[in-house]
Write a protein that binds this ligand. Structure first.
Ligand SMILES: [Zn+2]
Length: 66
């Protein structure tokens, strides 16, 4: 099947039998991202983690745990 990257509009062909293809077929909205964009998003996410923009909820250690 042919899929279009949601970010850069690149058309790619993926094997009908792949999990990705099956998932896309079952969804009304196709949310395919090409490898390049996936990687780019991944990098950005990592950057945000690095700069601490993601709020990480630290678990407070239980005080009355003996
Ligand atoms: Zn793309």
């Amino acid at each position: 099947m042919r899929v279009k990257c949601v970010l850069c509009d690149k058309i790619e062909k993926i094997d009908d039998e792949t999990l990705m293809a099956k998932r896309l077929r079952n969804r009304p909205v196709h949310t395919y991202m090409c490898d390049v964009c996936t990687e780019r998003i991944g990098e950005r996410t990592k950057d945000r983690w690095a700069t601490g923009q993601f709020k990480v909820h630290h678990r407070k250690p239980k005080e009355n745990e003996s």
